[in-house]
Write a protein of this length. Structure first.
Length: 399
């Protein structure tokens, strides 16, 4: 499926004959090309079938997600869409534009803010290119595990410290998040080297980072050489030696085929790695209360579903869980998962924490504080302490 190209007159007539005039008009507006292409059903047929029943027809820019990588990444977006449509009794129809056909991770936020799409998804680190406050949860070594930051997103604390700030600053409503924790993953040149379990093993390595000052700061604190590189270029970058390592979360690495160029995953869990699903505030505010509730309830359930799903995927599919399956990706690819002891992780924390590196994070702190109007790191540190070591607590943050 290609975009931003004009439909020929023959295409328009053919689509109108098979799917109706509204479909032809929609396809023309969306830039869908290629005649009566098989993929048209992903965009147009669903739209047409929902015309009579749906009161609200929304476009969801799902970035790089696909039905193929979803079982590994577990963003929950397809579950979320299903839940909204079912719970609304068909009043809401959501057209998912995935497979990078509508936007990239770095552009979905901007397109939702401009109402090109009504709903979007992106990792906060990539979203931070256009919405800097999105990275406010991502301070290195702030959270010990994924349960803690997911509990934060379930809590009312998340309204004052995150959701309300994002809405005010960027006119979007954060719905839910799903993911793991970010690790450092080493390329094939480290295949024959001992398992890296201390900061000394990272010094001097060229690490691919997202275009993020937060992750760049972490790499600097580890005395690594941060190299911004597009996600789509990472596979080749690791193959060629342009970079020695990458930072991401395990499900994302395997979901996008990185296991073939990795040798070690250092279980640092230094920062959240997750997908954030969000909706345009202009779109959300037009809904009646019952539809707003549908979106919140669907987001709540999707976050619960994906939390459980990530745990299952870690063992069965990825291989970074406590009981990895023999046919998991890590096992099949001979990737060492370096499960750190608390003492080993504390050694990394002692060197890489925000408090240890005030000069590195000073500019970031000032920027986020100016957006929010309070000490963001200080407030997040207090919130993280409240959730430390707690089991999942799926509260209703909006109620």
């Amino acid at each position: 499926m290609r975009h931003n190209q004009s439909l020929s007159r023959a295409d328009q007539v053919n689509i109108a004959r098979r799917y109706g005039l509204k479909a032809a008009l929609f396809a023309t507006a969306a830039g869908v090309t290629g005649g009566i292409v098989p993929g048209l059903s992903d965009f147009v047929v669903k739209e047409v079938r929902a015309q009579e029943k749906a009161k609200y027809r929304l476009r969801f820019g799902a970035s790089v997600m696909t039905p193929t990588n979803e079982p590994l990444v577990r963003s929950g977006l397809y579950d979320f869409v299903r839940l909204v449509e079912e719970r609304s009794g068909g009043e809401v129809a959501i057209q998912v534009i995935d497979k990078s056909q509508g936007c990239a991770e770095t552009t979905c936020g901007e397109r939702v803010a401009n109402n090109v799409f009504h709903i979007g998804s992106s990792s906060p680190q990539n979203l931070g290119a256009v919405m800097p406050y999105s990275i406010a949860l991502d301070w290195p070594f702030l959270w010990d595990d994924r349960t803690e930051y997911i509990n934060f997103l379930f809590s009312k604390d998340s309204n004052r410290l995150y959701r309300d700030v994002m809405r005010k600053a960027y006119n979007i409503v954060p719905l839910y998040g799903s993911g793991e924790m970010r690790d450092v993953m080493m390329g094939l040149k480290y295949s024959d080297k001992p398992a890296i379990v201390s900061p000394a093993g990272l010094q001097g390595a060229k690490i691919r980072i997202t275009n993020s000052e937060m992750i760049s700061g972490f790499a600097q604190s580890m005395k690594m050489n941060p190299i911004p590189l597009a996600w789509t270029e990472l596979l080749e970058g690791l193959k060629s030696g342009v970079v020695d390592a990458a930072e991401t979360w395990p499900g994302a690495a395997v979901g996008f085929g990185m296991q073939s160029v990795l040798s070690q995953d250092i279980g640092l869990k230094f920062s959240p790695g997750f997908s954030l699903i969000f909706i345009s505030a202009r779109t959300y505010d037009k809904f009646p209360d019952k539809i707003k509730t549908v979106f919140m309830e669907a987001a709540h359930e999707a976050m619960r579903i994906t939390y459980d799903g990530v745990g299952q995927t870690q063992d069965k599919l990825v291989g970074n869980g406590p009981n990895p399956a023999a046919d998991s990706a890590y096992t099949r690819s001979n990737i060492k998962y370096n499960r750190l002891t608390q003492a080993q992780r504390d050694e990394f924390r002692a060197i890489g924490s925000v408090d240890r590196n005030p000069q590195i994070y000073d500019a970031t702190r000032k920027k986020l504080d100016q957006i929010a109007g309070f000490d963001v790191y200080g407030a997040m540190k207090e919130a993280a302490a409240r959730f430390a070591g707690k089991p999942l607590q799926p509260a209703k943050w909006w109620a």
